[in-house]
Design a protein around this ligand. Structure first.
Ligand SMILES: Nc1ncnc2c1ncn2[C@@H]1O[C@H](COP(=O)(O)OP(=O)(O)OP(=O)(O)O)[C@@H](O)[C@H]1O
Ligand SMILES: [Mg+2]
Length: 505
């Protein structure tokens, strides 16, 4: 690490009804990775949007190499060598991966035409570094979320920045993609680039960051060398209280069968999946990325067709061929890709929770409109959604709070089976506890819950039973007491034989 290259001093920024930043100081040294942490809505993205020219501060000063600068637009930021990987990916879905990497900077031939050959070659160089597999000519809209994120990262890298801001870069990534990103961050450090790293995953911060700045409610409440501060100190500063119980699991009484899946198969992706969930049970579903967990959830929710298999909800056989079928059967799914699936950013919190894309369905009788206000307010309170009022546009909420709205949307409805697919990605530690308490409450009220998560401590902490999938098959069905991270990983990777006889008892 060497000298300070950036100082932000006394930064203030307000939005209608919200003091997003109050008198915040932040600095960066060449060659450091500086973590920026805080609860959902603490002001992390806002501070970095000011540094990258998206927003202007109301007050405060920014110095680059000791000179006061005024960063009036993203282009000015770029000219100063500052680039940002936005939390909400900002790509053009109809353009190819390569075109997105060099958007606005397409290489030209001497005749002034786009030099496609050079474009694709150069984009591929950056994308290869990140382990990107698809053809670089694929339209971004057709890529998986993880690959879209790699395009966003490649784009930031291709600008050869001196300062690179990564706003929750790993949220959609798998472990191996995360490792590849870390390798790149280490190379950037070696080249004296300064990296700002925003994440809710404190273990990542331990692996890759040198210093940490903590925000709470728009104020800086701590800054430390990572080596000199413990995770519990960071968490306490972030949430302003001690989190005693990370997983406040309450085992609910096990009621009658609520979901029975028998021999469900889908092409090569799902092979004879059979399992059961009882009322009051939280069943964790673990497995490596690609094991088929999301595919299973999509079949159960009628998004994708399956070739064979039976589904019974509350003792009744159900034919599920569409989302409407699933909802009528009492199955709900809150999905992983909240950006694409769940929200209308230009509508209010209230409408996203109640009406939004499910307007017609909710009219089938789940929701009396008179009760709307009450329901929305309860959800906003229970999930601690940080918003000045329920008529705020969802697009103005912080990233994590947008995700809470998607969850709220589902939790506001009545159903027998709730499938949660990676529900806590991007959600801060304090709010996670609130979400877990909601899961407890739902279980207690008799809902059967399928909790899909790559966060093993979360699966272990919150499930009554844990199913493990590998390559499209269920390979284990473990009781709460017997499951450990090691055992789950052994089944997930195939280093021990499947124990299928217990699945679908
Ligand atoms: N354009 C905007 N209009 C109105 N309010 C906004 C706008 N952008 C941010 N805010 C508010 O400013 C506060 C800080 O938001 P910010 O996005 O910086 O949080 P964050 O720390 O990045 O949270 P997360 O972890 O959820 O991403 C929040 O209360 C948010 O609702
Ligand atoms: Mg943010």
């Amino acid at each position: 690490m060497s000298g300070t290259i950036l100082e932000m001093k006394g930064i203030c920024k307000s939005f209608p009804g919200v003091k997003a930043l109050q008198d915040v100081d932040f600095d960066l040294r060449a060659g450091e990775v500086h973590a920026l942490v805080g609860e959902n809505g603490a002001g992390k993205s806002t501070l970095m949007k000011i540094l990258s020219g998206v927003y202007r501060p109301d007050a405060g000063e920014i110095r680059l190499h000791s000179k006061v600068v005024s960063i009036t637009s993203p282009l000015v930021a770029q000219a100063h060598g500052i680039s940002i990987i936005h939390q909400e990916r900002r790509l053009f879905p109809a353009l190819s991966a390569a075109e997105n990497v060099f958007a606005g900077r397409l290489p030209r031939t001497s005749a002034g035409l786009v030099d496609w050959e050079r474009l694709n070659r150069q984009a591929k160089e950056y994308l290869d570094l990140l382990g990107f597999q698809p053809d670089v000519r694929t339209p971004v809209g057709e890529l998986s979320v993880a690959n879209q994120q790699l395009v966003e990262i490649a784009k930031a890298l291709s600008m050869n920045p001196k300062i690179i801001i990564m706003d929750e870069p790993t949220a959609p990534l798998t472990d191996s993609e995360t490792e590849q990103l870390f390798a790149i961050i280490r190379q950037l450090k070696a080249r004296h680039v300064a990296v700002v790293y925003i994440s809710h995953r404190l273990d990542e911060l331990r692996q890759i960051c040198d210093r940490v700045t903590i925000l709470r409610d728009g104020r800086r409440v701590g800054h430390h060398l990572v080596a000199e501060v413990s995770n519990s100190e960071i968490v306490r500063a972030m949430v302003g209280r001690e989190i005693v119980e990370r997983f406040p699991k309450v085992v609910a009484p096990r009621g009658p069968l609520v979901l029975r899946v028998k021999d469900l198969s889908q092409k090569k992706r799902l092979k004879n999946i059979s399992f059961e969930i009882h009322r009051g049970e939280v069943v964790g579903l673990a497995g490596l990325v690609g094991a088929g967990r999301t595919e299973l959830a999509r079949c159960l929710f009628g998004v994708d067709p399956f070739d064979q298999g039976e589904i019974e909800v509350a003792g009744e056989p159900r034919r599920i061929r569409s989302i409407q079928d699933a909802l009528k059967a009492g199955i709900a799914l809150a999905v992983e890709d909240r950006k694409r699936q769940g929200l209308v950013l230009s509508m209010s919190v209230r409408h996203n929770v109640t009406l939004a894309s499910l307007e017609k369905i909710s009219r089938l009788g789940w929701l009396r409109l008179g009760a709307e206000q009450e329901i929305v307010q309860k959800q906003v309170r229970d999930l601690a959604v940080k918003t000045p009022h329920i008529d705020q546009l969802v697009g103005n909420l912080s990233g994590g709070n947008q995700q809470k709205v998607v969850l709220a949307k589902w939790l506001a409805k009545q159903f027998d089976v709730l499938i949660l697919d990676e529900p806590t990605i991007g959600i801060d530690v304090g709010s996670r506890v609130e979400l877990y308490e909601l899961i407890n409450d739902l279980a207690k009220s008799g809902v059967g819950i399928l909790l899909i998560s790559s966060d093993l401590p979360e699966v272990l902490g919150m499930s009554d039973r844990i199913l493990v999938m590998r390559e499209g098959s269920l390979v284990a069905d473990l009781e709460r007491g017997e499951a450990t991270q090691e055992l789950i990983m052994q089944y997930a990777t195939g280093s021990v034989d499947a124990r299928v006889e217990r699945c679908g008892r």
